[in-house]
Every structure is written in structure tokens, then in C-alpha cells.
Design a protein around this ligand. Structure first.
Ligand code: AKG
Ligand code: FE2
Length: 414
């Protein structure tokens, strides 16, 4: 019962190199970015003057209500998790469109490498007084096209309250208290599958406006028109594994995407590629350039304990932790998981039943080899709450078909 063809050490190293080639695209910490607009760059005409005085900021705080946050399907008010007030439309409105007045959406699309316009929907105004905070969380995806959250920090003097964003072991901190005291507007964007938190405000009042950022509707027009030189190392790494001695009989390789993606329950998604973020988009662009056949599937774990060899409380038929498989599979490492029944849907559906666990993330690399067998490296698959509302983030893998050795000429000549 081999779960997959045994890869030798060199082949594992080649795969690691490929992984390295595309994940290094994220080394620039593309998951979050920020900037500042000096007061004159934001062309709004309001009855309030910026920077806000402490009195005005406090007034805004007092007008708001304690903010609940999404936990599972529910909104809960838990002061140990979040101490802040919020105002949601229609309880507040901006007389002018802050975003278009400074061209931020255009700038953001360019910075994130989207060749399609982005759209913003105002979500709420957050106000934190001294001692206010918001512990680590992820924002609930509002739809499949929801890619991130944009925060604008209104100019007002405050200290503390840094927004800390984490993704795949990297951290980015936005400390706007230091930047907005002179009347400047600070902004920060994060992919909404990133964990983030607001550290306690140490003095005065911090006010942010949160927007949900979506891919624009004409996203289908997206074309990878120019050759991006960042693809070179990824294509090179692919060509190494396309040499004849790697899976000579052909097979499939599945690469876990680095970012999480909202998946609608029980609703086909035919076009994941336009939604890919950062290094994930690079990976697919390289696969397309090489003219390899590809597909994708979402992954979640039915019974995590199996994979750690622990006791299973249900569905105990899995042989994922088969000691025999470990023994004979020389490439087995602690961080490679092997599974036969690991995936939930292939290209189309998320979920197939009512009581499924939620996959938070995050698989780094998967080999899909023989039909029905999977090995997963560096997977962190957690049970969370039931997917909140209609959507959840899902770990997704791109499946790349590796042709038989004799059929690879058409690829390597490219
Ligand atoms: O106020 C901030 O900077 C972050 C707020 C936030 O994370 C949220 O509203 O989900
Ligand atoms: Fe958030």
C-alpha cells in the first residue's frame, strides 16, 4: 500500500527548491503594506479639521458602541478580546470619498500586482480609547472576491495601538500614532486571511476607518500580458523537476498555496486563478508559462489526530499513520503527512456534509502522486468554528500534472 512513489533525497531537495523559488516571492512581505498621505494630499472638505482634537476624537468614541466581533457564526461582545467602539453605516458617513480623493485603490492594485481594478466597501469606523485593543484575529471574508482589509487611520494624536499583522511567520507592524499627529492620514492594507491585532492604546484616542477590498467585477478580463522576470527562478526550478528521472511514469504534484482563500460552501468556483495573491499568483503564472496542465483543490482534515498518530475519535479507518508506511517510505519526515482521504473537493465544491470541520490553513506543499494518495508537508490544519456565514478561508493546493518523461519535450523546449 504505497501512498506515493518514493522520492529519493535529491528529488525531495528539488521540490524544496521549487517551493523556495516561489515562496521567496513573499519575502518582500507582500501580505501587508502601508503608507502616509500628508494632509494636503487628501482632498476632503469636511466640517472637522485634522488632526482631530482630543475632544472631537473622544466624541466620536462616545458616539460609537462597543464592537462585537465574529466568532464562528456569531457576533460576540467579549471585552477580554476586544475593547473598542465602532460606528457602522448608516450611523456614520463620510461626506467625501476619502479613497478616491487620494487615488489609493489604484496605487494599491499596482502595488499588489493586480491588473484589474479593486473596489472598496466601507465597513466601519473603529475607535479605541486609552487601554483599548483588539486581540489577534482574522477578518471574516465577505465574499469570494474579498481579498483584504484597508485601514485608514484618521489624524489624531495618540500613542500605542500599533496594528501588528502576521503571515507565515513574518510580522509587519503599523505604528500610526507616530505618523498621524501632524495631520497626515495613514493607511494600511492586509490580505484578510492574515492574522492581525491592535496592541493597547497607551494614550488618547485612535480612530480608524476599515474598508473591505474586493476584486473588481471585470476581473475576468485579466490577462498576464507581460513577462514578469520574477518568474525566472520558479520556471528554472520547475525545469529541474521536469528532467526525465523525476517521476518518469508521470504523476501529479500538488503545491499548497501560501495564502488562504474564501470558499463559498457548496458553490462552484471556476476561476480561482484571478484571485491568487502574491507568490501564489507567481506560481500559477509559471505553471501556465510552462504549459503544464493544472487544477486545484481545497483541503481539510477530517480527523487531525490521525496524522499525529493519536487516538481518533471518529472515522478510524484511516491508515494515515501507518507505521509500515513510515518505515518503508524513506522520504517520510515529521512534517510530511500522508493521507488517502484528505481532500474535500476538487476544483468545485467546498464541503460535502453538514458537520465538517473548518480548515484554517495552511499547507505548504503537497505531493499528489498516485491516484487517491496524498502526502502533505508542513500542514497546519486546525479545527475551528463552523464556517462563519457563507464563506470561510480554505487551504488550497494547485495540482500540476507531470507528464511521462517521454512527453516532456514540449515543455522543456519552451
Ligand atoms: O483598527 C484597526 O487598526 C484594526 C481593526 C480590525 O482589525 C478590524 O476591525 O477587524
Ligand atoms: Fe480585523
Amino acid at each position: 500500500m504505497p501512498h506515493r512513489p518514493f522520492l529519493n533525497k535529491d528529488q525531495v531537495a528539488q521540490i524544496d527548491q521549487l517551493e523556495q523559488a516561489y515562496t521567496s516571492q513573499d519575502a518582500s512581505n507582500n501580505f501587508a503594506c502601508s503608507g502616509i498621505f500628508p494632509p494636503h494630499a487628501v482632498n476632503i472638505d469636511t466640517s472637522v479639521t485634522f488632526p482631530l482634537t482630543q475632544e472631537t476624537a473622544k466624541d466620536i468614541y462616545n458616539t460609537g458602541e462597543p464592537s462585537p466581533f465574529g466568532r464562528g457564526k456569531e457576533l460576540v461582545d467579549d471585552q477580554t478580546y476586544r475593547q473598542a467602539h465602532e460606528l457602522k453605516p448608516p450611523h456614520f458617513a463620510l461626506t467625501n470619498d476619502l479613497l478616491s480623493s487620494c487615488g489609493l485603490l489604484t496605487l494599491l492594485a499596482r502595488k499588489l500586482d493586480y491588473e484589474i481594478p479593486l473596489e472598496a466597501k466601507i465597513n466601519k469606523l473603529n475607535a479605541y480609547s486609552e487601554g483599548g485593543f483588539f486581540k489577534a484575529h482574522k477578518d471574516t471574508p465577505q465574499s469570494r472576491d474579498h481579498i483584504g482589509t484597508l485601514m485608514i487611520c484618521l489624524p489624531s494624536p495618540f500613542t500605542g495601538g500599533a496594528l501588528v499583522v502576521r503571515q507565515n511567520g513574518s510580522t509587519i507592524t503599523f505604528d500610526w500614532g507616530k505618523q498621524t499627529g501632524d495631520g497626515s492620514f495613514a493607511w494600511g492594507f492586509l490580505y484578510s486571511d492574515c492574522e492581525h491585532e491592535v496592541l493597547p492604546v497607551t494614550s488618547r484616542t485612535r480612530i480608524t476607518i476599515a474598508y473591505d477590498i474586493f476584486l473588481g467585477k471585470n476581473a475576468a478580463d485579466f490577462k498576464q500580458s507581460t513577462f514578469d522576470t520574477r518568474l525566472v527562478p520558479i520556471i528554472k526550478a520547475f525545469k529541474e523537476i521536469l528532467k526525465p528521472d523525476f517521476l518518469p511514469e508521470g504523476g501529479a504534484l500538488a503545491l499548497g498555496l501560501k495564502h488562504g482563500y474564501p470558499m463559498m460552501e457548496n458553490e462552484p468556483d471556476t476561476d480561482l486563478s484571478r484571485r491568487l495573491k502574491s507568490s501564489d499568483a507567481m506560481l500559477l503564472a509559471a505553471i501556465k508559462k510552462l504549459n503544464l496542465r493544472w487544477g486545484y483543490f481545497g483541503v481539510y482534515d477530517y480527523d487531525r489526530s490521525d496524522y499525529y498518530g493519536g487516538d481518533s475519535d471518529e472515522d478510524d479507518e484511516g491508515d494515515q499513520d501507518d507505521p509500515e508506511a513510515r518505515k518503508i517510505d524513506t522520504t517520510f519526515r515529521k512534517d510530511i503527512w500522508i493521507a488517502d482521504d484528505f481532500f474535500a473537493f476538487e476544483g468545485e465544491y467546498f464541503g460535502d456534509g453538514s458537520d465538517r470541520p473548518m480548515l484554517e490553513r495552511d499547507l505548504d506543499l503537497i505531493w499528489v502522486t498516485l491516484p487517491g494518495s496524498y502526502a502533505i508537508k508542513n500542514s497546519y490544519i486546525t479545527y475551528g468554528n463552523e464556517p462563519s456565514s457563507a464563506t470561510t478561508y480554505c487551504a488550497v493546493a494547485i495540482r500540476v500534472d507531470i507528464p511521462r518523461a517521454q512527453d516532456r519535450d514540449r515543455i522543456s523546449k519552451r
